[in-house]
Design a protein around this ligand. Structure first.
Ligand code: SF4
Length: 359
């Protein structure tokens, strides 16, 4: 459900224009989940729409809840039989943030990422992308979770810049004051660094946050961890970062997963410092260190002390840096863990709960 779908409903059923506003209000302000409950429509019209149209572009197969109650993961079934996952996180009291997918699977094969092992099935449509946000809004309301959904990050399954047309359309929809009305600064797009689309993103969405998955600051290592580095090497990424910094004057987030014995030494930290300093105005770059979340791979998480030492070294060199909190590990909802394992028992928390029937 988005502004285009509502416009099409109005046209298809030859409804007066004000019905469009009523539908927008019901689904985007009042968190109505079914056409039957849009009380401003006549009963016959509600019944017709309920029989012929859908509110969300997928069905909910399951919702899993982390044992600490601060992360949820939903497994969603698309009409063509494909499945995607989407995550809701509670990083601090009163703040919910959702992490949404942009593709079914991913073709970029980063070695530390469970999604990368699935390969790419297809791109999601703009509506399938923004519907994940609508889904979580409805879920928060139905489950009476405290506070509202504040932030949306494109950090789920898939590489957003490989599906930029639909991702950009979904961003426009999420910012649309008549529907989602989310401020640009509450939206973030994470990319492995596809240079050309990154520049288009900068031009079209200068106020939306940009995160770059870096994970290594030398080409040999980065290429081993992320095959995409062959065509998008660090020097080209530096130009894209520079362009974004110059055009927007806004903070850019560098994501760096710490892998034991691979990219977490003092020398690697020094390489990262040099790379950040090679961008003019390095103060605009903030590094998020992520302790590796277990997936089916040979990588190991860095020890806590090594992670702290790595952070301290960056800080001592004047970089802005934090170690990011990991939420949702016990339901495989943390960074890099989305891999559609719902049909299998391993990896899923016993606290998994079925989705409410009304979703
Ligand atoms: S990290 Fe992102 S780009 Fe890399 S394989 Fe996973 S989903 Fe794809």
């Amino acid at each position: 459900m988005n502004s285009t779908t509502i416009a099409k409903l109005v046209e298809t059923y030859k409804l007066p224009k004000f019905r469009g506003a009523q539908l927008r209000k019901a689904f985007f302000e009042q968190q109505v989940t079914k056409f039957q409950d849009v009380s401003t429509l006549s009963l016959p019209m509600r019944q017709t729409l309920a029989a012929e149209q859908r509110v969300l572009s997928f069905d909910t197969e399951a919702v899993f809840k982390a044992s600490d109650g601060r992360a949820y993961k939903a497994l969603l079934l698309l009409p063509d039989g494909n499945r995607i996952e989407t995550v809701l996180l509670n990083p601090k009291p009163g703040l919910w943030s959702c992490c949404i997918s942009s593709q079914v699977g991913c073709g970029l094969a980063c070695t530390f990422c469970a999604t990368g092992k699935l390969g790419l099935s297809r791109n999601l449509t703009a509506e399938e992308i923004s519907d994940q946000v609508l889904f979580w809004r409805q879920y928060i309301c139905q489950q009476r979770l405290d506070a509202r959904l504040s932030n949306v990050v494109y950090m789920g399954m898939g590489e957003p810049m490989q599906n930029r047309r639909e991702v950009f359309a979904s961003l426009t929809e999420l910012m649309n004051p008549d529907t989602f009305g989310i401020g640009a600064r509450h939206l973030s797009v994470s990319t492995v660094g596809l240079v050309k689309p990154m520049k288009e993103f900068t031009d079209q969405f200068p106020q939306v946050n940009l995160a770059l998955s870096l994970h290594a600051a030398n080409d040999t290592l980065r290429e081993r961890l992320m095959p995409v580095n062959k065509s998008q090497p660090l020097a080209a990424l530096r130009e894209a970062l520079q362009y974004h910094a110059d055009e927007t004057n806004r903070k850019i987030f560098l994501e760096y997963i710490l892998l034991s014995g691979e990219n977490d030494s003092a020398e690697h930290a020094e390489e990262l410092v040099r790379y950040v300093r090679s961008v003019d105005r390095p103060a605009l770059l903030h590094t998020n260190l992520i302790v590796y979340n277990p997936t089916d791979s040979d990588h190991q998480a860095s020890a806590r002390e090594r992670a702290r030492a790595f952070r301290d070294q960056l800080e001592a060199a004047g970089l802005s840096v934090t170690i990011r909190r990991n939420l949702g590990r016990d339901i495989d909802a943390a960074c890099g863990q989305l891999a559609l394992k719902a049909g299998e028992t391993p990896g899923y928390s016993p606290s998994a709960e079925s989705s409410p029937a009304s979703l």
